[in-house]
Write a protein that binds this ligand. Sequence first.
Ligand SMILES: [Zn+2]
Length: 283
Amino acid sequence: MNILTFDIEDWFHINFDKEFNNEILWNNFESRIEKNTEIILEILSEHNIKATFFCLGWVARKYPSLVRNMDNLGHDVACHSDIHNLVTKQNKEEFDLDLKRSINSIEDAIGKKVNMFRAPAFSIGNKNKWAFEKINENGIEIDCSVFPAKHDFGGFTELNTSSPFKINYNGSFLKEFPMSTYNMFNQSVVLTGGGFFRFFPYFLIKSFMKRSNYNMTYFHPRDFDADQPILENLSKIRKFKSYYGLKYSLNKFKNLLNDFDFISISEADKSINWERQHSIELY
Ligand SMILES: [Zn+2]
């Protein structure tokens, strides 16, 4: 099972500083999300592939026709928070409000219920598992926030799983499609998204994916935009992760679509007998 997903946010949403997380400030920046997402939609149409688009509520308010277009083309429109605030920087009430605002904005744009979520930068880990309860309370049935490897902002390193499972947290149930991880030199690594996809050579990514029966991808429109402005105040390591390999990534992505059959999360969901999937109880 190869699943294609995108997190729909602009080039400047990689800055997680609190004072930067401000919609009024963002009006000062050139927005590239509409154009960059349309390029992706066109490539997917050429390949006749359906994907899942985790959108910010901000995107749905600013570009409702873009989000409607994803839905009209048969893709899943899902939620990626409202303004890309890390879950680790919010308390329960703040997270709940952000989630509600986002879901409302996306549902207003597409006129349909939203039932899938992915946290910004996979920022759910052992310290804020309460987020799963809030996600469930807000009508989300499918979550894609679990990163079963080390991550700057979250991650569940002890979860040795790389296939869909049921999350049971404090009586809340969610269907979970985690990031897929691959065993390289006895380390769990992620290869199929964002900076990881741009960094690792394609032949390596392809060979690991061929050997796995669960490959979850995550891309952003900015992953293929070599002309995007550079955010100067990021740390050296984040700059490297954010901007390495931009020139070659679109071709790499097209190779991926030629070499593998991809489906969206809703298509994957239908093919799974959830009664039989393993359940993980988080404490
Ligand atoms: Zn994101």
